[in-house]
Design a protein around this ligand. Sequence first.
Ligand code: FE2
Ligand code: FE2
Length: 407
Amino acid sequence: MLSVLFIDGDSQALEDLRSALRPRRSEWDVSFVGTGAEALERLGPLEVDVVVSELDLADMSGIDLMKQIKGEHPEIVRILASRGLAEEHFLEAMSVAHRYVEKPYQPGEVGDVIASGTFLRDLLDGSRVLQFTANVTSFPSRPGIYAQILEESRSATSSLERVGAIVSHDPAMTAKVLQLVNSAHFGLSKTITSPEEAAVVMGLDAVKSLVVSLETFGQLRPGKECGVDPERLWDHSMRVASLARTIARLEGEPRDVVEDSFLAGMLHDAGKLVLGMNMPDRLIAAIRISGKFNLPGNELERRVIGVSHAQIGAYIFSIWGLPMTVVEAIAWHHEPSLSSRRGFCELTALHAADGIEKALAIDTIETVEAFLDMDYLSSIGLAERLPAWVEACREALGEEDDVEDAA
Ligand SMILES: [Fe+2]
Ligand SMILES: [Fe+2]
């Protein structure tokens, strides 16, 4: 049973939450208090797994409360709630809280945030991700356009045209979306000329994926000599996204899994840019040593920097509120066996696509198994699907090259 403590002075909000969360009472033991002092009193004797606190409490700030809880009970998952969080407070809030949730509370969303918060705690366990993020100077903020599109897609009267219209307010984003939607990656037969049309043709999920990755890569522009080449990384990410979608489709997965596999592919290595921007010397050292010791890059990053690009990427995108299936896929893309997910999922598509893309890039497809965790694929009963995936990926990339050659 998961024990959750809500701290909020707004008794009506707590009352609404109490009745909305009633269906969860077999899984969660939920309690409510109104002030920081009451919360600290409760935390002593009570076994609490998760705290959700309002930012503006009557007796202290939610950030100070989180700091205190972090110091005294570091194992508790800390979630901050507020009606809008100013960008300047975001970094400080995220250095003491695992997650942030917008008010008014939406019960479904609160449930997801709590579930992802416990996942994050497990992911960060023993690592230095939080310490790392407390010291970073270039931390990508939540994309503004993405937030607007999420809001639009939640409204009862949402429409794809309006989603396209939101994109069209940003000329640079419009140019990138049109360039991408008309590129071979999307395989459309006609040329799309407006973001509204792009949104209708691509669907909401694909537009969201594109906006998130364009904004992420746009914000993270490290200079030279940081251990990462943004152009190459973007290219690798687009190819992996396209292959992850190809594999998920081949397995007959539903549309949301196909789209989330694509999104996971686009974002899976974005954590490298965060490392490169904030700790270029250590990242370059990790890369240099990896050649000498023949250790996987992810493992070396953890040893040299304290966190891996997979962990930092998963952490950031979890804070941004991306689907947990995408966050988990990013978190475990180099170590899928560590995930608790079984059967085909976005992680499977991403892990396979990443390995196959690397093998195809250096033309060693015969040794593709060296790039993959074959024990993981065997454990979920899918190792024998590998040749079919490789074939489909080779075809997908071949088609792209043909279109690019003709262009
Ligand atoms: Fe990676
Ligand atoms: Fe990768």
